[in-house]
Structures are given as C-alpha cells and as structure tokens.
Design a protein around this ligand. Structure first.
Ligand code: GLA
Length: 387
C-alpha cells in the first residue's frame, strides 16, 4: 500500500490527519543462526521491507491502535494506566508491551496517541515482523516524547517485551538488526558483549533472494524454548570443568577437547552446532570482507546442514527449498534464516539467474510440497527511523 493511501486510511479510521510517519525494517540473517542466546555472533542485515506507523498525538491518556494488516480486528483501545497483556488485543500487545517497559524504565510518557500500522513483511515468516513493530513503537515514543534513548536501548526493550510481555524467549539479534541496520551493510554482532561492526555487503553481480516456505510455524515457539534449554544444560555440563559463561566463548578445539562432559547425545549435537556455527560466522564475515563471495556461500550451505542435522530446526519445507536452490545454476549459497521450523530461506543468486531460480524452485517446491512458495528480492537497508 502507498503512503498516500495509508494517510487517507488514517483519516478515515481516526477522523483526523496524521502528524508523523515512521518506518522500521524487517531483517534477514545471513549466517549465525541460534547463536545469539548462546552468547555467539550473528550476521544479520535490515531489509527494504518493514512496518510503517502513522501517528497523531492525543491530549488525553488514550491509545488507539489500528493495523491495516488485521483490519478485521478493528481499532484496539486502551489507556496508559492499564498496560497489561490482553489476548483480545492480539497484535497490539507488542506496541503495548513497549510502552509499558519505556514507562518502567523511567521515560516520561504522559499522553496517548492514535497510530495506524501497516507492514509489508509476511507475518510469522522468520523476517522479524514482531521485532519490527516493537522497535518501530520505540522509535515513535522517542520522537513523540523527546526521549533520550539510543537505538540499542530500544532494541533491548524490544527483546524485553518479547521475553516478559509476549512470552517468547528470543535473543537480541532481531531487535538489534531492526534498530541498527545500515544501508548496504550487515552487522557482525557479538551477542555476549553487544559489540558490533558494520560490514559492507558488496554484491556486484548477485542479489539476495528470500524464499518463503509459507509454512506456518505452529509449534515453533515451544521448540525454540526447548533448544535454548538443551544448550543451557550442555553449558552447565561444560562449566563443571571450564570457566565459561556462554557456548559462544569456545573455540572448536576447546569444544572438541571437552565435549565428553556433555552426557546426552542430543545435547551434544545442539552444543556442537552453537559452537561451530559461531566460528563459521566469524569466518564468513572475513571471507565476505575479503571479497570471497564463493567461500561465503559455502559457509551458508554448511550452516544449513548443521541446522538440519545437529540443531534439527529445519523440516521438510525448508530443506526442500534449500536443496532445490543448491541445484540451481548461479546460486552462491542458500540456507534457512531465522528460528526455523518453517519461515524463510536466504539465498545469494547471480542476477541473471534470478528469474530462472524463482521459476524452477517455485515449480519444484509446489510439486513436492503441494502449495506455493513466495520469493522476494531484497536490498540491504537502514534501520528504524522517522520518515
Ligand atoms: C529468532 C529469534 C532470534 C534468534 C533466531 C535464531 O529469530 O528471535 O533471537 O535466536 O530465531 O537465530
């Protein structure tokens, strides 16, 4: 939907013109999956799809929220003195949680506002539609109330909303990428220390293609928390001998020398993925910076294999998309991205092969899985901002 139409929609829904417009992107993680909550490195970038917020201040303490993506749910209305999770408020619990934690943090938010949201990231597809609306809300609050808060703090409050208000035990990667994204750059983020570096993504003859399995994630949240638990347990076993705070601190050699401390074969595989994927991410960043895109692509492929065999978070739909991608001409690398169990894959594809890629992978996927995949060519873009 165009901005002009969204402005008209705002006027129809709220009976007033909007004052300001904000945007927060979604993200795609290039490599470094399920490493963030293990204190490892991730390598995501913000994309040119995301969520818009059109806003008008109010003089009372009411919040009225409407999403064009959930038009059937109508306007959600609540007040600043009643910021509790309410099932019937559905998607609006994300912005609500943000407002609650801003206030708890001591930020002065004494008036309400009307807001219309519209997103062009597919929901629940592993491209961080929820982190996008969280960080977007934080960015709106910062500007509307003149708050001194930086994007990293906004990201942390987004993660807090997810963990403590929504109940998903996610790491910091998504909110960080959405808040801190930079055009044509990926972010190498050490989730143990929050130290980060921007790394140029130089693609001369290639494009980033996201393929959506269109599989609803279903049990994903409980499986996600289960993987976290398995890694925490493995860490405890390693800590009986090693002085470490996170799996991300281990080199491959240290892990191999001590892995017998982990008594269960499943936990051993989970920990192995966390350690190897973290090292692979560091290596991948170096290859990309050195201009070795082919080597970067191979590491993406290895990442997928590790997520499939050791971490076991892929499934038939993601594996099908990735295996089909690997078999296409002009594919530099392809892997699942995000939490897994459904959602999307990310592929780097030669520009002149993208049309064939979409055609061939699309047809073979439909053949095998029975329904269509969707494809988006994305650009690496800026983080959340006022437009
Ligand atoms: C989800 C979570 C992130 C991260 C990824 C897996 O996107 O929100 O914190 O753990 O899964 O890498």
């Amino acid at each position: 939907m165009e901005l002009k139409e969204l402005k008209q929609k705002f006027a129809t829904v709220f009976g007033n013109e909007c004052e300001d417009v904000f945007f927060a992107p979604g993200r795609v993680n290039l490599i470094g999956e399920h490493t963030d909550y293990n204190g490892g490195n991730v390598f995501p970038c913000a994309i040119d799809r995301g969520t818009f917020a059109l806003v008008k201040r109010r003089s009372d303490n009411k919040l009225r929220m409407y999403s064009e993506n959930f038009a059937n749910l109508g306007v959600m209305e609540f007040t600043l003195d009643n910021l509790v999770n309410d099932k019937s408020h559905d998607w609006a619990n994300y912005p609500k949680g943000m407002i609650k934690f801003f206030i708890e943090e001591g930020h002065k938010i004494d008036k309400g506002f009307d807001v219309l949201f519209y997103g062009n990231i597919p929901n629940g597809a592993g491209l961080s539609s929820s982190a996008s609306i969280e960080v977007l809300t934080g960015t709106v609050l910062k500007h509307l109330f003149g708050l001194s808060i930086d994007p990293v703090q906004i990201a942390l409050l987004g993660q807090k909303t997810e963990n403590k208000f929504i109940g998903v035990n996610c790491g910091i990667m998504d909110q960080f990428a959405v808040a801190m994204g930079k055009k044509d750059n990926a972010i190498l983020l050490d989730c143990n220390t929050l130290k980060y570096a921007y790394v140029p993504v130089v693609l001369k003859d290639e494009l980033i293609v996201i393929s959506n399995t269109n599989k609803r994630r279903g049990l994903a949240d409980s499986k996600y928390n289960e993987r976290r638990g398995e890694c925490e347990q493995a860490l405890k076993e390693l800590q009986t001998k090693l002085n470490i705070k996170a799996l991300g601190e281990l080199s491959i050699e240290e892990f191999e020398a001590n892995k017998d401390l982990i008594k269960d074969p499943v936990r051993l595989k989970r920990a192995k993925h966390a350690v190897y994927e973290n090292q692979r991410t560091l290596k991948a960043q170096k290859e990309l910076s050195a201009g070795n895109l082919e080597a970067f692509g191979k590491l993406m492929n290895q990442s997928h294999e590790s997520l499939r065999d050791d971490y076991e978070v892929t499934g038939k739909e993601l594996d099908t998309l990735v295996e089909l991608a690997w078999a296409q001409a002009g594919v530099v690398g392809s892997r699942m991205t995000g939490a897994g169990f459904g959602g999307c894959t990310v592929s780097i594809v030669k520009k002149d092969k993208v049309d064939d890629f979409v055609k061939n992978v699309g047809a073979a996927y439909k053949d095998k899985i029975g329904y269509e995949a969707d494809f988006y060519v994305v650009q690496v873009s800026e983080g959340a901002r006022k437009l």
